[in-house]
Design a protein around this ligand. Structure first.
Ligand SMILES: [Zn+2]
Length: 323
């Protein structure tokens, strides 16, 4: 074996091959089901929890998977006995304000929140194999669990004095639904990232907060733009239509999911998709067949007629590896 740098390269190659094999077996689609919570789902969760939590007192917190807890000061036990005053969203982060302390979570790809009117009082098994990683009990016996179904274990929980103590929140770009986020600001983002492909740009949390793999597919389909087009190549009309598509798609999804209980948000998200996760199905605009191509760590879906002048996109990762 050579240097550690070489070892690192060997490792990453193995990882790519494994992923490719998973892709051939159709497992990659299984992993990326389009159900990862993005801005609209986290917004709906915040709304749902605000109604349930504000005014309640945290009675007990159980942590069964210590790896999900990313902070130790203040300790998680310091939440006990404090009253919840608000629930907010930052990008895809959910922020529960517990009397000035903040319980913040990022659900990542396979995490979810399960609400219970009556929370079981039995202790969670530490390091247990079940999906429940974190459990909050409230003073009236209700509460919620943070669960993780994936093998990647990316669910994260933070207890902080200020939301900006969470590195992922400090790095967030502007919120696309903020009233101050106008088309001028969006155009300067496109100019600043001129060589970035639109699909990657929309998903980059440090550029625009809250959009992930599913809604970026949806936004690009509404705007009738290729996911591989670069940001700098858009003229004024195309920039405006991408901005409008982004605001409209996210706003519609927020309105549709607002008021739904946490348990119904995933199905609602899936039902609302036009192209994302719909490979092989007809495009709702033109009837052409929705296509799929690999992108970064997952796959994207698009309509060739609506978005790429009828031409299929080349699978760059696959063609590179087969050379
Ligand atoms: Zn179409």
């Amino acid at each position: 074996m050579g240097s550690s740098a070489e070892a690192g390269r060997v490792c990453s190659a193995v990882w790519v091959n494994l992923e490719l094999r998973e892709f051939h077996r159709g497992r990659l689609e299984k992993v990326d089901t389009g159900l990862m919570p993005e801005l609209p789902e986290v917004e709906a969760l915040a709304l749902f929890l605000r109604q349930k939590l504000v005014g309640r007192v945290v009675a007990r917190v159980d942590v069964s998977s210590i790896s999900v807890l990313k902070t130790y000061d203040p300790p998680v036990t310091s939440l006990c006995g404090l009253q919840i005053s608000d629930v907010a969203r930052h990008g895809k982060f959910l922020d529960i304000d517990v009397d000035g302390l903040h319980l913040i979570t990022h659900l990542a790809r396979a995490g979810w929140l399960r609400w219970r009117e009556s929370q079981p009082t039995t202790l969670l098994k530490p390091g247990g194999k079940g999906p429940i990683s974190f459990r909050v009990h409230l003073d009236d016996g209700s509460g919620f669990d943070l669960t993780e179904a994936g093998t990647q274990k990316k669910l994260s929980v933070y207890v902080v004095r200020d939301p900006h103590d969470v590195p992922g929140i400090v790095r967030l770009g502007p919120d696309p639904l903020s009233p101050s986020f106008d088309v001028g600001q969006f155009r300067s983002i496109l100019t600043d990232h001129g060589r970035t492909q639109l699909k990657g740009l929309l998903r980059d949390q440090s550029v625009i907060a809250g959009v992930g793999n599913a809604y970026s597919d949806e936004i690009l389909h509404v705007a009738k733009l290729s996911p591989f087009k670069t940001a700098g190549s858009l003229d004024e009309a195309a920039s405006q239509s991408l901005y409008d598509a982004m605001r409209q798609t996210l706003q519609n999804a927020v309105e549709r999911s607002a008021g739904l209980p946490a348990s119904e948000l995933k199905d609602d998200k899936r039902a609302g998709m036009r192209v994302h996760g719909r490979k092989g199905q007809p495009c709702p605009e033109c009837g052409d067949t929705v296509q799929e191509v690999s992108f970064a760590d997952s796959a994207l879906q698009y309509c060739p007629t609506c978005q790429t002048g009828g031409k299929p996109l080349a699978d760059r990762r696959m063609s590179r590896l087969l050379k």
